[in-house]
Design a protein around this ligand. Structure first.
Ligand code: HPA
Ligand code: MG
Length: 225
């Protein structure tokens, strides 16, 4: 029998986390004691992130498995997702004896101060991407909000004339002014909260938290610049 779940997942917006879902109580999980009082809830436990990432890796393999890939990891927030996604793709390709040559390149974007997006987007490490010409590029982003950052980055990458560009985003926020620019592979669709953990930061804090959590108001005040 056909694996129905495989087909129904294709091109979905990811696992939907509803606006009225309060998340898991922090008491149900372990997390660094230095963040006690700084978080409201766990919205995606680490194990669920890993399981979903494994499935995204399988979808990517199904689509791109016959090509060499250049992975473009968007730092800093994307480092953990990218590392885990590349690991899962490697594990899958070894288990089916069909290895994909992958190169991983890092670029850095910065547009957030406190929990607000600033107008000026800085792209670092992307000045010369001429090696992307005629390559299959997989951009790996931790989070997509309005999609404006992604749009700017895509336009920049397109100028280097790759053969194909796909985007994997672990989280997509439901914001009212979402642009049409959404990732090809989405892990989770989440409410418009400021989230931290799994390498996502608030002024560089919380990258050392495994779960994706909602920051509390007192957490925002404590680490505000
Ligand atoms: N958390 C951390 N970084 C971010 C977020 C977020 O919710 N949105 C955009 N960058
Ligand atoms: Mg950040």
């Amino acid at each position: 029998m056909a694996d129905v779940s495989v087909q129904s997942d294709r091109r979905s917006g990811g696992i939907m986390i509803n606006d009225d879902w309060p998340g898991y109580s922090l008491d149900l999980f372990s997390y660094p004691a230095h963040y006690s009082g700084d978080l409201d809830s766990v919205i995606i436990p680490h194990g669920v992130i890993m399981d979903r990432t494994e499935r995204l890796a399988r979808n990517i393999m199904d689509d791109l498995g016959d090509h060499d890939i250049v992975v473009l990891c968007v730092l800093k927030g994307g480092y953990q997702f990218c590392a885990d996604l590349v690991d899962k793709i490697k594990a899958l390709s070894c288990s089916c004896d069909h290895t994909i040559p992958m190169r991983v390149h890092f670029i850095r974007l910065r547009s957030y101060l406190n929990d607000q997006s600033t107008e000026d987007l800085h792209i670092l490490g992307a000045e010369d991407l001429s090696f992307l010409a005629e390559k299959n590029v997989l951009i790996v982003e931790a989070i997509v909000g309005t999609g404006k950052t992604m749009e700017t980055l895509l336009k920049h990458v397109e100028t280097f004339r790759p053969k194909m560009i796909k985007v994997a985003g672990l989280l997509v926020k439901r914001v009212s002014h979402n642009s049409a620019c959404l990732p090809d592979y989405v892990g989770f669709e989440i409410p418009n909260y400021f989230v931290v953990g799994y390498a996502l930061d608030y002024n560089e804090y919380f990258r050392d938290l495994n779960h994706i959590c909602v920051i509390s108001e007192s957490g925002k005040l404590k680490y505000k610049i």
